[in-house]
Ligand binder design. Structure first.
Ligand code: ZN
Length: 651
């Protein structure tokens, strides 16, 4: 099959065309739910093709709205969203379809998996409940979304309700000019510096602000934001627990795991505790080094939480004397991209051929992917920052690999988007090392989608992959971007063509591992708090007591009483991470373990293991649990020690 052409003929007409498409899809779904056909081929296959059809149509608009944003894209996008949400809730409430799916049998393993997921999703949205219970669930959902909004709003108000004015130049003397420029302001004809609790401003003072008193003032303001959120948390937790019980789960944590790779709540808690225990000895060493440094340089006898970022930055400078500007000239975008594609080509025996096809911006580069001379996918790179593009970096899947009702194979395509420094007529685009890592990361997501070879669309590529393992293939590829043999392939000075020195190559890795154990402990603290909080109902002071208990292991410095971190933990109280924050570390263990299996310190990688990774992991998408795929590949479970090794921690 041919790839879609990237174009939207008429943005103004788009919502109207979407309406027509959705209406025709609803009619098809209605017909499939009610006819006499109870075969997989006759019902579930065509349903999946509707998903592909909708994605193929809508993705260009959502993509364009992110990368070439304009009033016209916004308007079309905003008019489309309510239609899509109405459509999906109509489908989710289709009782006849649910009853039918439960009766359909499939022989093929992939098809069984698709059915399993479809039925599961119906159950999780309440399909098995009585009418009364359904109403109750609906009320809970509504209330939960309101409470999430309240939580964010309280936090936002508190964040915006604070400012700190610094008058004396000596108290801002160490702050870099780029940060200082943002803080500089005039009050009654006098130049002063204003700091707020917005993250860039807050971090600028905590990292470079030399006054201890000011750092303490900021830390206190930050950690005691939105006390009224304590009540919101109580209500949220009560409702989440109620929802989980209604759907037949023992706790919200157990409900969360119903769609994840981790097998049980105990497994998650044990995993996090093990990680903390193994990182602890080195974390203590890291803290001791920092305490000694603060004593030696400034006579600080008792290092406090609000000193940590400041002295960490200074110690880092003393130890490594290293910053982005030293490596940037060696990372010319075109070289990095070519180098990365070479690495992927060798690892997975594919070739990338540049093609000229229609795109949304002249800077976009497109490649067709060939596997054993056979066309197998297409990838678009849009890497440079511009005003019309939203910030950050991401991968967006467009088409999916699958075999349709007629037996035709469809090929996958995806977009990799970044915001790297733009090239000009005089200068090439130069990347920071962080950007190089980001590019590898997003490419890891892209090949998870593009190298999928499943026949069933709903479990092919990144489709059907559990949330706590989606970052596995991205972090896997990212890990290569710190390795000398890999970097040496493309790190050449853009003017002199000189290769990067070993000294610089070493520093790239060493700075990554700086205070890594302390970082792990912090992540474990957040994850354990989130996960255990959702294991049973905690209310009022019990919430703080739970956090204090976890901190007995994870916090190496005493936490002051004013610190109410939980009231600002928007990821889990106002975002999608509830009982899921552990996923970052969970996926990272898989990535690290897989990485060491595939790494060869001399040549870069172990070809035989890379073949296995392609065959068992990338090709299989969401067709089986990741833990099962992993077991099939290496014949064992991933080891927590691999993650520690990745950060240079001896355990
Ligand atoms: Zn990612």
């Amino acid at each position: 099959m041919q790839f879609q052409e990237f174009k939207i003929d008429n943005l103004e007409q788009f919502p109207k065309e979407l309406e027509t498409l959705l209406a025709s899809q609803l009619a098809t779904i209605e017909r499939l739910s009610k006819n006499d056909d109870f075969t997989y081929e006759g019902v579930v296959k065509p349903l999946q093709e509707l998903d592909e059809e909708l994605g193929a149509f809508f993705t260009p608009l959502s993509h364009l709205n992110s990368v070439e944003n304009s009033d016209a894209t916004q308007k079309a996008y905003e008019e489309s969203l309510p239609q899509l949400s109405k459509f999906s809730s109509t489908v989710a409430q289709n009782e006849a379809l649910y009853q039918k799916l439960k009766k359909i049998k499939a022989d093929d393993a992939e098809a069984k998996r698709v059915l399993e997921h479809d039925v599961r999703d119906f159950v999780l949205s309440g399909a098995d409940l009585t009418l009364e219970e359904k109403k109750e669930l609906e009320d809970i959902e509504m209330k939960l979304s309101e409470l999430g909004n309240n939580f964010s709003q309280n936090l936002l108000n508190a964040t915006n309700g604070f400012e700190m004015i610094v008058e004396d130049e000596k108290d801002v003397a160490e702050i870099p000019e780029s940060d200082l420029a943002l803080a500089r302001t005039e009050v009654e004809g006098k130049t002063v510096y204003k700091f707020t609790l917005q993250i860039p401003s807050y971090l600028a003072y905590m990292t470079y602000g030399s006054s201890r008193a000011y750092r303490e003032e900021m830390a206190k303001a930050y950690a005691s934001r939105a006390p009224e959120n304590a009540e919101v948390i109580d209500e949220l937790m009560a409702l989440r627990q109620k929802k989980a019980k209604l759907l037949g789960f023992e706790s919200f944590s157990a409900y969360s795991l119903a769609t994840k790779d981790a097998s049980s709540t105990d497994v998650v808690t044990k995993f996090l505790e093990e990680l903390a225990e193994k990182a602890l000895p080195q974390a203590k060493e890291e803290l001791k080094e920092l305490q000694e440094f603060a004593l030696r340089t400034d006579g600080i006898e008792s290092l406090q939480g609000f000193d940590v970022a400041y002295y960490s930055e200074k110690l880092k400078k003393e130890k490594f004397d290293f910053d982005d500007s030293m490596t940037k000239p060696y990372f010319e975008q075109a070289n990095v991209l070519r180098g990365m594609l070479d690495v992927v080509s060798e690892l997975f025996a594919v070739t990338f051929k540049a093609v000229e096809v229609s795109v949304w911006n002249e800077k976009v580069k497109v490649f067709d992917i060939y596997k054993a001379e056979k066309l197998s996918g297409r990838i678009y790179f849009d890497l440079e920052a511009r005003e019309s593009k939203r910030g950050g970096a991401w991968m967006h899947d467009w088409e999916t690999h699958y075999v349709d009702v007629e037996g035709q194979t469809h090929l996958p395509s995806a977009f990799v988007v970044g915001n790297f420094s733009p090239s000009t007529d005089e200068n090439p685009s130069l990347l920071r090392h962080d950007d190089v890592v980001t590019l590898f990361h997003e490419m890891g997501h892209a090949i998870h989608h593009l190298f999928g070879t499943c026949k069933e669309r709903s479990v092919s590529g990144i489709n059907g992959v559990a949330w706590d393992v989606v970052e596995f293939p991205s972090q896997f590829l990212e890990a290569f971007a710190y390795e000398k043999p890999i970097l040496k392939r493309f790190a050449f000075h853009y003017e002199t063509q000189e290769p990067m020195s070993d000294e610089l190559l070493n520093k790239i890795k060493d700075t990554k591992n700086y205070q890594a154990a302390l970082g792990i402990l912090r992540q474990v603290e957040f994850s354990l708090f989130d996960f255990n909080l959702h294991k049973k109902l905690y209310q009022g002071d019990e919430v703080q007591a739970l956090l204090d208990g976890i901190r007995e292991t994870t916090a190496l410095l005493a936490v002051p009483k004013y610190n109410k971190f939980q009231n600002g933990f928007a990821h889990i109280f106002a975002g999608g991470y509830a009982a899921g924050y552990y996923s970052y570390k969970w996926a990272e263990v898989l990535s690290a373990d897989a990485f060491y299996a595939c790494l060869d310190e001399v040549s870069g990688f172990n070809q035989e293991k890379a073949d296995g990774y392609l065959h068992y992991i990338l090709n299989r998408g969401g067709s089986e649990d990741m833990s099962v795929l992993y077991q099939k590949w290496l014949g064992r479970e991933p080891k927590v020690e691999s993650l520690l090794k990745l950060y240079g921690i001896e355990a």
